[in-house]
Ligand binder design. Sequence first.
Ligand SMILES: [Zn+2]
Length: 114
Amino acid sequence: MIDQFNPAVCGVCARAALGHGYAPKNASKILWVCDDPKCIQAAKAVYVMKQDQFTRIESRAAAKGGDAGIELLETIGKTDFAQLTIDEWSEFRRRIIGGYRTALANDMSGKVTL
Ligand SMILES: [Zn+2]
């Protein structure tokens, strides 16, 4: 589980934070985000999001990341990880992480696709 106030991680999509931040006046914590306009736009809403809602969104994003990985396996017709080439294994991991980040950013910005 990630914390949306981690200074190294975008509080919206979980990519590397790039020095953009949001905090209401007199707040003790800053919500750091990447440079994606979607993340910058969602920062204010994410800042006040309760941790349990954040956790639910993160869990859905993890499932969608897994779905993206499975979709690749179905496309290449392999289900045995030992049979994947290095490139297929790299793409599998990229799809899972990319699917997770995309779903996280979409859900955080209100574009929930259940
Ligand atoms: Zn981001």
